[in-house]
Design a protein around this ligand. Structure first.
Ligand SMILES: CC(C)(COP(=O)(O)OP(=O)(O)OC[C@H]1O[C@@H](n2cnc3c(N)ncnc32)[C@H](O)[C@@H]1OP(=O)(O)O)[C@@H](O)C(=O)NCCC(=O)NCCS
Length: 225
């Protein structure tokens, strides 16, 4: 294990093959699998900070934080307790993974992303820089989210809003740069949403939508499959 000036809690489990950069902090209950690389200043298994009136789902003191084999965690990333990163996934510099967020095998979350509590990202998804995924968002396998995409939940609808499933981005869909998806604006499998769109209602599978509000303009073409 390469430790630099890392601080590793005795109740963390770090495989001997792991590379830990300088000033990495590994809290109790974190499990880091073989071959992972954790770059300078990353914090793994951090306790969440919740405001006095927070409606966040929270996380138990003993919930593990798991990095499966071969993950890379970039500089300054913060992984809150209870999140899970799948085999070979890449978590970019300064990414925040909130409690119980999951990132599937071989997926990438780009620089500065904020992945909300309980978000589930499938396998081989490509989440570009500065994407914000609201709590409960479900991102299925092989989804592409361009830079600056934002999914939202609805804090104005009262506490029960958080009990509803979050926005679902269907398998293989592509969301272009800067798209905002309002609550309930699920995107169907292999659909495309054009840059800068505001999506206010569900998008059918294999269609192209764009605009504000986004409207379906055509089916996905053969060259775009
Ligand atoms: C989805 C996308 C491919 C659609 O582009 P397209 O195939 O050229 O557009 P369509 O043929 O379906 O529609 C053409 C019309 O819609 C308009 N249009 C295209 N994209 C639009 C958008 N995102 N928002 C609003 N209008 C758009 C065009 O101006 C054109 O209008 P006109 O006929 O009045 O001139 C494109 O909007 C897009 O988002 N590209 C990806 C950019 C990106 O984010 N890449 C990844 C980040 S690195």
């Amino acid at each position: 294990m390469t430790h630099g000036a890392a601080v590793v809690d005795p109740q963390a489990s770090v495989d001997p093959s792991v590379e830990l950069g300088a000033f990495v902090v590994v809290h109790a209950g974190v499990v880091v699998g073989a071959g992972c690389v954790v770059q300078d200043g990353a914090v793994l298994g951090k306790a969440p900070i919740l405001g006095a009136h927070s409606r966040a789902i929270g996380v138990g003191d003993d919930e593990p934080t798991i990095l499966e084999a071969g993950c890379i965690v970039g500089c300054g990333a913060v992984l809150v307790r209870g999140c899970r990163v799948g085999t070979g996934a890449v978590i970019g510099d300064h990414v925040l993974l909130r409690e119980r967020a999951q990132v599937g095998a071989e997926s990438v979350v780009g620089h500065g992303g904020a992945v909300g509590a309980g978000v589930v990202i499938g396998c081989r998804a490509r989440i570009q820089n500065n994407v914000v995924l609201a709590p409960g968002t479900v991102v299925e396998d092989e989804v592409f989210c361009g830079p600056g995409v934002t999914t939202t939940d609805n804090p104005l609808a009262g506490p029960r809003a958080l009990e509803r499933p979050g926005t679902r981005l269907g398998r293989g869909c592509r969301i272009a740069a800067g798209v905002i998806l309002l609550p309930g604006a699920d995107v169907g499998e292999h659909a495309i949403v054009g840059a800068g769109s505001v999506v206010t209602r569900p998008v059918p599978a294999r269609t192209v939508s764009h605009g504000s509000p986004a409207r379906v303009v055509r089916d996905v073409g053969a060259a775009e499959q």
